[in-house]
Design a protein around this ligand. Structure first.
Ligand code: NAD
Length: 269
């Protein structure tokens, strides 16, 4: 490994291209909008037909971004590869991968009763898919870096405070997110020599379709003071942090975890 003695700032000679999974709505769309505002071109990956996410794509184009939509399930290896090929064909470059797509269990079940079927579903979508998509993107990023020393890219994993906070009614979700935390460390370690940082954002309670089924529960908890900042988080709260990472504001902080949880995980006495 050679010693890197130069101070590098992210390459600004061309517009950055960012692939965000699950960006048809929710946190992923919030991230895509913040990156588009910052001058990135955007690849939206989601499982829906393009017509379902047309409004989301239009909102990104209205911000000046060139947008490519890839209907791809992150659990499907050929679909992941086709998506990488589609990005190569359209943009010829990729600077940012945001692993955002994820699901909650269909039923919140006590770990004394929860099923293996739910466990396997969450591991595939929340952990295995993003892990191997990162592998594909990372190989391309390394090739870009070797071809152009000024190239700068990064990986951002959207895990959850559930990677460290135990919820016994969704153990499968917690374990999948804890796995993402280790994946962040692994990719940060492997890609360090190429100066390609890997970061993790841990959202707290964010208002999206995912949390709409538990809105009353969280309204009550927030009202009772579970957070230091007594409000729901919004997709833009996550998007602004992602934009700061993509700008290179934390270029020398690979492997770091950024909590965006309104202070939920601050221990109090
Ligand atoms: P959401 O359900 O509103 O959006 C998730 C998006 O991912 C959807 O558009 C969905 O179609 C897409 N998706 C699902 N499975 C996919 C697959 N296999 N391949 C490609 N796309 C897929 O959820 P959200 O609240 O925006 O959550 C986004 C991420 O943030 C998830 O990883 C979630 O675990 C995490 N998170 C959410 C919260 C929260 O409070 N909402 C908190 C912590 C972490």
């Amino acid at each position: 490994m050679s010693l890197n003695t130069e101070h590098r700032t992210p390459n600004t000679t061309s517009r950055k291209v960012a692939l965000i999974t699950g960006a048809g709505r929710g946190i992923g769309l919030g991230i895509a909008q913040c990156l588009a505002k910052d001058g990135c071109d955007i690849v939206v990956c989601d499982i829906h037909e393009e017509s379902v996410v047309a409004e989301a794509l239009q909102s990104l184009r209205a911000l000046g971004a060139a947008v490519l939509y890839c209907k791809a399930d992150v659990t499907n290896a050929p679909a992941r590869q086709q998506m990488i090929e589609a990005i190569k064909a359209r943009f010829g470059r990729l600077h940012v991968l945001v692993n955002n797509a994820g699901v909650a269990p269909k039923v919140r079940a006590d770990i004394l009763e929860a099923t293996e079927e739910s466990f396997e579903r969450l591991m595939k979508i929340n952990l295995q898919g993003p892990y191997f998509l990162t592998q594909a993107a990372a190989n391309w990023m390394v090739a870009q870096k070797k071809a152009d020393p000024a190239y700068w890219g990064c990986i951002i994993n959207i895990s959850s405070m559930s990677s460290s906070v135990a919820s016994v009614s969704r153990g499968d979700y917690c374990i999948s997110k804890a796995g993402i935390s280790m994946a962040t460390k692994l990719w940060a370690t492997r890609l360090g020599e190429f100066d390609i940082p890997a970061y993790e954002i841990q959202p707290g309670i964010i208002k999206t379709d995912m949390t709409s089924t538990v809105q009353a529960k969280y309204d009550k908890l927030i009202g009772e003071g579970i957070l230091l900042q007594a409000r729901w988080g919004f997709p833009e709260d996550i998007g602004r942090v992602a934009a700061s990472l993509v700008r290179g504001d934390l270029a020398y902080s690979t492997g770091q975890v950024i909590m965006v949880d309104g202070g939920f995980t601050v221990q109090r006495l």
